[in-house]
Design a protein around this ligand. Structure first.
Ligand code: NI
Length: 182
């Protein structure tokens, strides 16, 4: 049978579900069809939004799962990441960039994050996964792990502002927001 993925409704700030600390997923729970369907649906929902990352609490599921696809890297490779129970370590450097969030539509702000970090956890099959992340991937995974801890960019950003529509103001802001819709 071909699995079918469904687009789920993305919760919008100030939905209280976005503020809860998500729970760890057990190996048994990860293998359940319900959880695998959730992951398929999260991928579909992220792509449709469109965004470069989506965490389970954003679709109302308080589990430590996120998906990310930040586009092509320097070698032209594109990777779809699914992380379960992610842990971030080895933070280094600092970078400030414009971020948007699918749960805070139409708004952007500048967020300072570690320039590089390492993420460890499971993939969707429960296999151990570890990635040394930099650039937009490092930013994205820090944003997603924040979602798992109930943290939103409004807690961290400076200069939160409306991402004005094209033609109505600063187009640069709109483009930046599209690139970093996490
Ligand atoms: Ni977000």
């Amino acid at each position: 049978m071909t699995p079918v993925a469904y687009r789920r409704r993305i919760l919008i700030d100030p939905d209280p579900a976005l503020r809860k600390v998500a729970k760890k997923v057990s190996a048994l729970e990860l293998r359940m069809p319900l959880t695998q369907q959730l992951i398929d649906d999260m991928i579909e929902t992220m792509r449709e939004a469109p965004g470069i990352g989506l965490a389970a609490p954003q679709v109302g599921v308080g589990k430590r799962i996120f998906v990310a696809d930040v586009g092509e890297d320097e070698e032209g490779e594109r990777t779809l990441y699914v992380f379960v129970n992610p842990v971030l370590t080895d933070f280094a450097g600092e970078e400030t960039a414009t971020e948007g969030c699918l749960s805070i539509p139409g708004k952007i702000g500048e967020v300072t994050r570690a320039a590089t970090c390492t993420i460890s956890g499971w993939d969707r099959r429960g296999k151990k996964a570890r990635v040394d992340a930099s650039g937009i991937l490092a930013r994205c995974i820090q944003h997603e792990v924040d979602h798992l801890d109930g943290i939103l960019i409004t807690d961290k950003a400076t200069n939160m502002r409306e991402a004005v529509p094209v033609g109505a103001g600063d187009v640069k802001d709109v483009e930046a927001a599209k690139e970093v819709n996490i």
